[in-house]
Design a binder for this molecule. Structure first.
Ligand code: 5FU
Length: 260
């Protein structure tokens, strides 16, 4: 079974990983493969954005450490909004240290990420101790991670060998790894979900090395399952309509892909 040709619905039954299953289910039910990168710096902005884009997304991605006024209340409120609009929460923490350190970062500190984020990102660089460390904190809650295998930024150091290593790590730790952040079709395995950031229509880069492709190119040319859109939505005059537009574009491209 080639990942690119399977429906999200059919892929749900290829895995027992609880967060993957839930995400496939949401993507099919909401007809959305859009993740919004909610890169805002105030809690009120984060909650207001989540309410506006909630109906159109399968996932909301946070960088919780950029909030200048973080409190446990904001994540409680975010969890309520996620339940209300049926999306998952994804903290893009990019854990990249030894297992023991990431375990304490995940389940402690000011953010206690394991308590509220369904998904987090990890770098493959440390080896699979990073995954085992995070997995040791989940204590029965449905949690998972995504391996950052390729980045969207110019000059990224992710060689082919590195990417292969990340894929092997995912296969060997499929109870906790649900997929990859990638810019190309790095895995045919229908269990794994490919998330592609660096997506925006009508803009090809920013001034700090970010590189963009359109949602259509991400899904049809690069093999994205989920497109991650940040400023294309958050900086738009109307984030709600922008989210609706990206949702429709990305899902249409996915439908074309599975039927072509
Ligand atoms: F792993 C990656 C990557 O390779 N590129 C990214 O851009 C993650 N990102 C994140 O996606 C980045 O940290 C932002 O949160 C988001 C992209 O935001 P933009 O505003 O659409 O450029």
């Amino acid at each position: 079974m080639d990942r690119l040709k399977c429906t999200f619905e059919s892929r749900e039954s290829t895995t027992v990983q609880p967060v993957s299953r839930k995400l496939f289910n949401i993507m099919s039910a909401k007809q959305s493969n859009l993740c919004v990168a909610a890169d805002v710096t105030k809690s009120a902005e984060l909650l207001s954005l989540a309410e506006k884009v909630g109906p159109y997304i399968c996932l909301l991605k946070t960088h919780i450490d950029i909030l200048s006024d973080f409190s446990t209340e904001v994540v409680e409120e975010l969890k309520n909004i996620a339940v209300k609009h049926n999306f998952l929460i994804f903290e893009d923490r990019k854990f990249g240290d030894i297992g023991n350190t990431v375990a304490t970062q995940y389940s402690g500190g000011p953010f206690n990420i394991v308590d509220w984020a369904d998904l987090v990102t990890v770098h493959g660089l440390p080896g699979d101790g990073v995954i085992k460390g995070l997995g040791s904190c989940a204590s029965g809650q449905p949690r998972g991670c995504i391996i950052v295998s390729q980045m969207s930024s110019s000059g990224t150091l992710t060689s082919d060998e590195y990417i292969k290593g990340c894929c092997k790590m995912a296969e060997e730790n499929a109870h906790f790894v649900i997929g990859f952040v990638a810019q190309s079709n790095i895995s045919k395995d229908p269990r794994f979900i490919v998330f592609t950031p660096g997506v925006q229509s009508g803009c090809t880069s920013d001034v700090l090395g970010q590189q963009y492709v359109t949602p259509r190119a991400a899904v049809l040319e690069r093999g994205a399952d989920v497109v991650i859109v940040g400023r294309g939505i958050t900086k738009s005059d109307d984030p709600c309509s922008a989210a609706k537009h990206y949702k429709e574009e990305a899902f249409k491209a996915y439908q074309e892909r599975i039927t072509s």
